[in-house]
Write a protein that binds this ligand. Structure first.
Ligand SMILES: Cc1ncc(C[n+]2csc(CCOP(=O)(O)OP(=O)(O)O)c2C)c(N)n1
Ligand SMILES: [Mg+2]
Length: 757
């Protein structure tokens, strides 16, 4: 009996239906003879997948496939904007089925079968509507709200991913780590304590250094004996866009990593995919150790709608894949067990097709985002009043006493910048049990510059610890811990070493709230030791003055406290903003000022400050984006920060003796910049010098000059900035950096220029 087929089926659909229809020829059951089979029957002898479960999963697979077709159908009408599909990968439905709906999932863009199978696990959840809304860039799409087509839903514990392949693997590592760590610390977590984190990615993506770093970090963590319930799933279709993966590469390269159990399953065989995943997932859940599932798949319909696969693959190879169609595989198993006839399987295919199309047609024309404000609404919410209140909260006096011992920091003599940061971190650790401090050498050694000294001893190695040497994994650990409910304060040892991991801040940390309408957040304070002026020591990599990559990340807060009196309040603000608004901050620490004590002459102690007791924290609060006048004056306004602040204050003191009075303004926040304060002081003083220790091109000075110009400032403006150079070793360093004599020269010159009043 032939099923009535609509006339707009495409070639892949026709070929699949023909193959399903032909199944009757090689099975024991014909269409008429297939009687009802008990739903509890094993799909295949020995399998733990029942007929009833497999039938439901077949529906998930069918829905996923038809959504791929619907994407192109909608695209052809100009109604949808995304055509990368999951066709050929639908075996991943079995992976979802072998896990729990509460297991956090970070999915490959071809894990549509997984998503729809997981949606089935929540009664009443319409996974098809979610995906269609994503394709249509609907403002009402449940997770990204039209900002991207992602798989994600808070009710399904699916954390949305960006398009940067492999960038989600470090976060997955962090999520898995946080499951064990939260349980050990007894702090609330977003996931059950026996959860398994699942993270899927493609075979070409497996070669990415980000993937390799995360896989290595998982292996390493397992070797350390730390719990890491993490299931990597490599969905291996043998190709990355047009580039074939060498045969056997995934097994050869990932099959034998220390501490990482390997399992391989046929993604075209639902029973095999389910049984294999279930066995490995049970092992991960019970052992709390990581594993990698190699799910062998095919890929249909090219990489995306615009990709012409015939340009790089032979017709024979493409047709051979059709024999491995996972929908054919599931239909075959269901027919063989007598659960349905080939005709019924075809009917199911066509019925699902009609349902998905009807739903797509009905949702077509969904409202899309209309205004920049609407687009940006979840990017970086700010509630300054709540942040102010949270920043003033300390642990109870008894807890602080127990933590600090005999001497509270407010009873110590004036502190340096490094000491102030150290005491503030201690106060955060004692006040917030969910906070973690980690990075290279921060634990036993207490950091290269001693900033975290003593913290591990007091807070314990579960909260202050050394990471492995991989900045992507350090940030990934933070990203995953943060999305799980903790408050990570990772350290990047030097600014220069952020750059190789920068996408973890840009593509992951800063974008999560944006792509999840604030439903998922990753509150974090990333401490980075940086900037130059280390008297020639260390050369280029220990003297890095490049912050442009941070300043242009939407929503990212960049704090830089030059003086110890600001370091405590500003760090508390960053931590409070993380807790209140999910803010991601970079707390940039000028290494050269860490241990500085004096400003003008030896022993003056002007670069130290007393530590404020908690009673004074509210008054001392420094809101995000607020600068301050550090020295008042009326002839020249010097706008600066960090080492520039130190030098400018020295120059200003010298010039005061010559009758030139400088108002020195410390930016304190590099993003967002205190532009309004700057403009106000500019209009009051008139003559302006920007002292910027970053480079002329792309440095912090540029946006200040631009803001002055845009605001119509007509007074004289000068800038001293570093040369567009890397910083050399030894005394030669000073040739490319801003020097005091340049500042002095510029101020003297400016002071001579008449200003119209
Ligand atoms: C970091 C990065 N580089 C390049 C791309 C462009 N790109 C998107 S998908 C893809 C191929 C991925 O292949 P694979 O990992 O095998 O996944 P598949 O699409 O085959 O499922 C590439 C190169 C990207 N998204 N991210
Ligand atoms: Mg691939």
């Amino acid at each position: 009996m032939r099923v009535q087929r609509p006339d707009d089926l495409d070639r892949l659909e026709v070929a699949l239906l023909d193959r399903i229809a032909a199944l009757s020829l090689d099975t024991a059951h014909d269409e008429v003879g297939a009687g009802p089979v008990d739903g509890d029957t094993a799909l295949r002898p020995g399998s733990r997948l029942t007929v009833a479960h497999a039938t439901a999963l077949f529906d998930a697979q069918l829905r996923s496939r038809h959504l791929d077709h619907a994407a192109r159908w909608l695209r052809a009408q100009g109604a949808a904007f995304y055509t990368i599909g999951s066709a050929g990968h639908e075996g991943n439905a079995a992976v979802a089925a072998a896990l729990r709906v509460t297991d956090p999932a970070l999915l490959h863009y071809r894990s549509g079968g997984f998503y729809l199978a997981r949606a089935q696990q929540r009664a009443g959840h319409d996974g098809v509507a979610d995906v269609l809304a994503g394709l249509l860039a609907s403002a009402d799409e449940p997770i990204a709200g039209g900002r991207h087509k992602v798989f994600g839903h808070a009710d399904l514990a699916v954390i949305p991913q960006t398009s940067t392949i492999a960038s989600h693997l470090p976060r997955a590592l962090g999520v898995a780590f946080a499951i064990g760590r939260a349980a050990r610390l007894g702090v609330p977590s977003a996931w059950p304590s026996d959860a398994v984190t699942v993270c899927s990615f493609g075979d070409a993506s497996a070669n990415h250094s980000t993937a390799q770093g995360a896989i290595n970090a998982a292996s390493y963590t397992a070797r350390q004996g730390l719990p890491l319930p993490l299931l990597f799933v490599c969905e291996d279709n043998g190709i990355g866009i047009s580039v074939p993966t060498p045969a056997g590469w995934i097994e050869a390269s990932l099959g034998n990593r220390p501490g990482l159990r390997y399992a391989s399953a046929d993604g075209s065989d639902l029973a095999d995919a389910y049984d294999t995943t279930l066995a490995v997932a049970e092992w991960v859940r019970a052992e709390r150790r990581p594993a990698l599932l190699h799910l062998r798949t095919v890929r249909f319909m090219g990489h995306a709608g615009t990709d012409v696969e015939s340009g790089y693959r032979t017709p024979a190879a493409m047709r051979a894949d059709e024999e491995r169609d996972p929908l054919l595989g599931t239909a075959r198993l269901l027919v063989e067990v007598g659960a349905m006839t080939p005709v019924e399987a075809c009917e199911r295919f066509l019925r699902t097709r009609a349902e998905v199309r009807a739903q797509a047609a009905q949702m077509r024309g969904a409202r899309t985002l209309g205004h920049a404000t609407e687009v940006m609404e979840p990017l970086a919410p700010r509630r300054p009043a709540e942040v102010r209140a949270a920043a003033a909260c300390a642990a109870p006096a008894t807890a602080r006493q127990a933590f600090f011992g005999a001497t509270l920091p407010e009873d110590e003599p004036s502190l340096t910048l490094a000491e102030t940061i150290n005491r503030t971190l201690a106060d955060v650790l004692v006040a917030r049990p969910e906070s973690l401090v980690f990075g290279e050498d921060v634990g036993v050694k207490g950091g290269v510059y001693g900033v975290t000294r003593g913290l591990q001893k007091r807070a314990g190695a579960a909260r202050v610890f050394d990471s492995l040497l991989d900045e992507q994994s350090i940030l990934g650990l933070g990203l995953g811990a943060a999305v799980s409910g903790m408050l990570p304060i990772p350290e990047i040892q030097y600014l220069a070493y952020l750059h190789n991991a920068e996408d973890q801040l840009r593509g992951e940390a800063a974008s999560l709230s944006f792509f999840s309408r604030g439903r998922y957040r990753n509150p974090m304070v990333v401490r980075i030791a940086g900037l130059a002026y280390q008297q020639g020591f260390g050369g280029h990599f220990h003297n890095d003055n490049a912050v442009a990559v941070l300043r242009d990340i939407p929503g990212l807060v960049v704090a830089c406290a030059g003086h110890p009196s600001d370091a405590g309040p500003m760090l508390r603000t960053c931590v409070a903003a993380a807790a209140v608004d999910g803010t991601v901050s970079v707390f940039l620490e000028p290494i050269a000022l860490y241990h500085t004590r004096d400003l003008l002459e030896p022993g003056d102690g002007r670069w130290q400050a007393p530590y404020a007791s908690p009673a004074g924290w509210a008054d001392a609060h420094v809101p995000i984006g607020s600068g301050r006048v550090v020295r008042d004056g009326e002839d020249v306004l010097v706008i600066t920060w960090a080492n520039g602040l130190f030098m400018s204050l020295r120059v200003a003191a010298r010039l005061a003796a010559t009758g030139i009075s400088c108002r020195v303004f410390d930016l304190r926040w590099l993003a967002p910049l205190p532009i309004e304060d700057i403009l106000r002081h500019a209009s009051e003083v008139g003559r302006i010098l920007v002292v910027d220790e970053t480079r002329r091109s792309g440095g912090v000075g540029e946006p200040i000059l631009a803001a002055l110009m845009e605001a119509g400032h007509t007074g004289p403006v000068r800038r001293v900035a570093a040369h567009d150079s890397f910083i050399p070793l030894g005394d030669a360093a000073t040739t490319v950096l801003v020097r005091e004599e340049q500042i002095e020269h510029a101020i003297r010159e400016l002071a001579r220029v008449p200003v119209e009043s």
